[in-house]
Design a protein. Structure first.
Length: 300
């Protein structure tokens, strides 16, 4: 009798025992496996519960870069004994506050993105005042994570234009979604950008993702994105206040090439490229309406 016929003979003559054994084994395996899954789940829940939560619902440490550092040895990036000094800006009565709020609104409501510039130069002192104004912006833990590069040199403006136009050619033809390109049609934007040569000054806003402290330690830049965005808003307000115009642009995929061209370090990221100056006498802007107050304001 060979092995196969012996197996068949055993199964035929002991089928009750064989099937009972199989059912018992299957039931035991299922119970064992289920218990293992339950144990694993309860261990993961326990682990999650061990992570303390602060009052805002976030994890205890949102920036855990100092893991491994002795907490008693940590030194603040600014001197711990930084004095607190009196702050008494002029107190204005309600009427004056109202008048100023109305005047400032009217001024800012005139701001438009301009895409055709007169080449008239802008005095250096004006450019410096505008950048100084942007530099007054608040920033996360006063890290001031910005670098403003001002380009007036015609050759450098031309080099910037070449890079932006090469990338924009690819952006429009391959990289941006068709919907995106379609949404830009009302603004008549194109890969060709004469304003990059025509505008008397190009302001490039770089975000420092981190920096270095005098003691050689890495300096964390908390909330660098929003800090730079606020500084850019103040920069635009300053340009508007002094009677000049700008084009807010975010050159897509140009960061590395423009950073190298302008010799900026690798911790900096290009966020905005703002050609600025006076509008070309024939400049036009799309006739856009702004959302009414009741669509942007929620009073509680
Ligand atoms: C973050 C950001 C990126 C922008 N990028 C470009 C751009 O790359 N090219 C451009 O021509 N305009 C750009 N704009 C300008 C907008 O198209 C413009 O602000 C918008 O149409 C409203 O017009 P206004 O600025 O005249 O009020 C950008 C604006 C912002 C805020």
């Amino acid at each position: 009798m060979n092995v196969i016929s012996l197996t068949v003979w055993t199964l035929e003559n002991n089928c009750f025992i064989v099937y009972t054994t199989l059912i018992v084994c299957f039931t035991a395996f299922t119970i064992f496996h289920q218990k293992r899954l339950e144990d694993r789940y309860s261990r993961s829940v326990e682990r999650k519960e061990k992570i303390p939560r602060n009052f805002s619902g976030g994890r205890e440490r949102d920036f855990p870069d100092d893991e491994g550092d002795d907490p008693d040895q940590l030194i603040p990036a600014l001197p711990e004994d930084t004095p607190h000094i009196p702050y008494q800006p002029p107190r204005r009565c309600d009427e004056e506050v109202l008048k100023r709020s109305q005047e400032f609104y009217e001024l800012m409501a005139q701001r438009r993105t301009v895409r055709a510039f007169s080449p008239e130069p802008i005095p250096d002192e004006v450019l410096e005042n505008i950048i100084k104004t942007a530099g007054t912006s608040p920033s996360g833990a006063h890290t001031e994570p910005w670098t403003f590069v001002v380009v007036q040199d015609p050759e450098m403006k031309e080099a910037i234009r070449t890079i932006v136009e090469e990338e924009e050619d690819l952006n429009y033809s391959k990289r941006m979604s068709r919907q995106w390109v379609t949404d830009l049609k009302p603004f008549a934007t194109k890969p060709v950008k004469p304003y990059l040569s025509d505008a008397p000054a190009l302001l490039l806003v770089f975000r420092q993702t981190y920096s270095w402290r005098p003691d050689g330690k890495k300096k964390m830049h908390y909330y660098s994105e929003i800090s730079v965005a606020i500084a850019a808003g103040i920069l635009l307000a300053a340009i508007q206040y002094c009677g000049l115009v700008a084009l807010t642009s975010t050159p897509l995929n140009c960061n590395a090439r423009l950073r190298d061209l302008l010799s900026r370090p690798s911790n900096e990221r290009l966020e905005l490229l703002l050609p600025m100056g006076r509008p070309h006498e024939g400049a036009t802007v799309p006739d856009l309406a702004r959302k009414p107050l009741n669509e942007i304001l929620v009073k509680i």
